[in-house]
Design a protein around this ligand. Structure first.
Ligand SMILES: NC(=O)C1=CN([C@@H]2O[C@H](COP(=O)(O)OP(=O)(O)OC[C@H]3O[C@@H](n4cnc5c(N)ncnc54)[C@H](O)[C@@H]3O)[C@@H](O)[C@H]2O)C=CC1
Ligand SMILES: CC(=O)C(=O)O
Ligand SMILES: [Mg+2]
Length: 569
């Protein structure tokens, strides 16, 4: 039985609630604070619980913006916005939507990384659902405790906190990446915030300082063994799918082995995707496609070095390889265009590589006389760049500053418009800054970065720096899947998302960004969702009819941060 005292009535577009008084003010879905109307105050027993003067949403938003600006630093801004989100959903999204450029870096990368590291210290309230590997029998009960029924959930974002951005294992604090991704989903993709659940799968942490910290809020034991882990993930997937059968299951910031294994196990059975593998692959492809357009060299003629051959790096390689095949190469020819560099240098045959890296290992005879670095235990990036003369260099290593001046100058010596994408987050882990890259290449580099960077002026040109972040993909990808009632997330849907983002980039004039502006993320996400829904229909996985009106249906499905009547029942 659904005992939830509050429900959204879609026909009358209003909330209906049996709650009264303070219970209304503490429900962020219902709470309008000083914007409750006189009639609502009377009907909901709010008279005397809020100051008498009624404000508009616009007035509230400008007041909140002033409060936001008064915070002393970015972490305090993050905590301020989190508290606002806990209090009043509509006001939070109205404010973030009005200042997307300024606030995305606060609710998302880079500041979300700091918020995760500081989680147990900045903790104010629980947010989302905390599932513990020590109590798998409670998974169902905890997901049911959201009060949401089978038709009430569109999307669940889950992390196990092992590989947060590029900052590693932060245990239970990882919940904030699920919360942050969902904030982007709603602000950028119009996913209904009440129809989403952030989840952390707390399977322990291998970070000793957390386990020894008296304030640490997660399970105080090392990450569990693979068998226990897999059984727990299975319990989560089965339960989530049974309770919320239509929901997209989004996986975020898992370690490379678990990320790939989970995707291989569930990708063909459920509507699910791994954002770091697939979302990142798609946004990278979009940036490369627009870089290729600006470079004047056809895609099929490019050579790619990927620095950081993990979850994101190989996800990027896989989608680019498929794009090279579509451009006319055979699968083998396409694979041979990649040189992937990991912790021990270039991946080569005979090295101990992970199964998903294996296709990219270079033949031993090719590299027989390449110079090696004894400390590294293999062939370093500088040697790879020197030998290969890549046209595209991608950073997914989490190693800040790894693209050094000699490496970039060497690359630029043989390629006039090198495409260079330092995609690692947060900002401090970018492999190089755009100012460095443009300086070392005399303005020739075509640059996009994972975290936001300000424009760079070099010579007479001001270069806009596009953000090659999966935030350009996942909101529209899931929105398209939800509107199409898709049963699976197919490769075709991912490819469509990349193409749609690339198409949103209007210009390849000198200084133009490789990706659309963040401020336009809502329009970009609508275009992505439309393309994704069409691809779902094309791939035979859409249960809804996808016709000519799909663009307007996508837009109509996007939640807007406006107040609706709250009706006392
Ligand atoms: N811009 C975007 O949309 C996204 C960016 N990323 C970023 O990519 C980075 C990596 O993330 P994941 O792939 O999830 O992590 P991961 O741990 O799966 O992969 C990192 C890879 O870098 C390699 N590596 C580490 N040190 C290295 C070194 N000194 N030289 C060469 N390789 C080295 C590791 O061996 C590993 O294979 C992070 O900084 C993350 O923020 C990840 C997903 C999306
Ligand atoms: C953007 C993202 O998903 C990451 O850095 O992990
Ligand atoms: Mg991620």
């Amino acid at each position: 039985m659904n005992t939830e005292p509050t429900r959204w009535n879609p026909d009358l577009e209003r909330w209906e609630t049996t709650s009264r008084g303070r219970a209304v003010l503490t429900d962020p879905r219902l709470n309008k604070g000083t914007a409750f109307t006189e009639d609502e105050r009377q009907a909901l027993d709010l008279v005397g619980l809020i100051p008498p003067h009624v404000l508009t949403l616009e007035q509230q938003s400008s007041r909140a913006y002033a409060q936001f600006l008064a915070q002393p630093d970015d972490l305090a801004k993050n905590v301020y916005l989190a508290a606002l989100q806990d209090r009043n959903t509509v006001l939070f999204y109205r404010l973030v939507g009005e200042h997307l450029d300024e606030m995305l870096p606060i609710v998302y990368t880079p500041t979300v990384g700091t918020a995760i590291q500081r989680y147990s210290y900045e903790y104010r309230r629980p947010r989302g659902v905390y599932l513990s590997v020590d109590a798998p029998k409670d998974v169902e009960r905890s997901l049911r405790a959201t009060g949401l029924g089978p038709d009430d959930v569109d999307l669940i974002v889950a992390t196990d906190g092992e590989a947060i951005l590029g900052i590693g294992d932060w245990g239970v604090g990882g919940i904030n990446i699920s919360v942050g991704k969902l904030a982007v989903y709603t602000a950028a993709g119009g996913i209904h915030p009440a129809r989403t659940i952030p989840v952390v799968l707390d399977v322990g942490t291998n970070r000793k300082e957390l386990m020894e910290d008296p304030l640490y809020l997660g399970n105080r034991h090392p990450r569990v063994d693979r068998e226990t882990y897999d059984a727990f993930v299975e319990t989560y997937v089965d339960t989530a799918n049974r309770l919320f059968p239509g929901a997209v299951l989004h996986w975020e910031d898992f370690g490379p082995d678990n990320a790939r294994r989970i995707l291989a196990r569930y990708g063909d059975r459920y509507l699910t995707f791994n954002d770091d593998v697939q979302g990142t692959g798609a946004v990278n492809l979009a940036a490369v496609l627009s870089g290729v357009r600006a470079s004047g060299t056809p895609l099929r003629d490019h050579r790619v070095v990927i620095f950081g051959a993990g979850t994101a790096g190989i996800g990027v390689a896989d989608q680019l390889r498929d794009a090279l095949v579509s451009a006319g190469l055979t699968p083998d020819e396409a694979t041979r265009r990649f040189w992937c560099v990991g912790r021990h240098g270039l991946l080569t045959e005979g090295m101990a590589v992970r199964d998903f890296q294996a296709p990219y290992a270079r033949p031993a005879e090719e590299v027989a006389d390449w110079s090696r670095d004894a400390d590294l235990g293999g062939i370093p990036l500088a040697e790879v760049v020197h030998r290969v003369s890549p046209t595209i260099l991608i950073g997914t290593s989490g190693q800040g500053g790894a693209f050094t001046e000699p490496v970039i100058r060497d690359m630029a010596a043989s390629v006039s418009r090198p495409i260079i994408l330092p995609m690692s987050n947060p900002t401090s882990l970018a492999e190089a800054t755009p100012a460095q890259l443009l300086g070392w290449t005399d303005g020739g580099a075509l640059v996009a970065t994972g975290s936001p960077f300000a424009p760079v002026t070099h010579g007479d040109i001001t270069y806009q720096i596009g953000q090659a972040n999966n935030a350009f993909i996942f909101p529209g990808l899931s929105l398209g899947a939800i509107v199409a009632h898709a049963t699976r997330m197919t490769d075709g849907m991912l490819k469509a998302s990349a193409d749609a983002v690339a198409e949103q980039v209007g210009s390849s004039a000198p200084g133009a960004a490789l990706l659309p502006p963040t401020q336009q993320l809502r329009e970009t996400s609508a275009a992505v969702a439309t393309a994704v829904a069409r691809a779902a229909a094309h791939d035979g996985v859409a249960r809804a009819t996808v016709g000519d009106d799909i663009g307007s249906r996508v837009r109509a499905a996007m939640w807007q941060p406006d107040y609706h009547p709250v009706h006392a029942v």
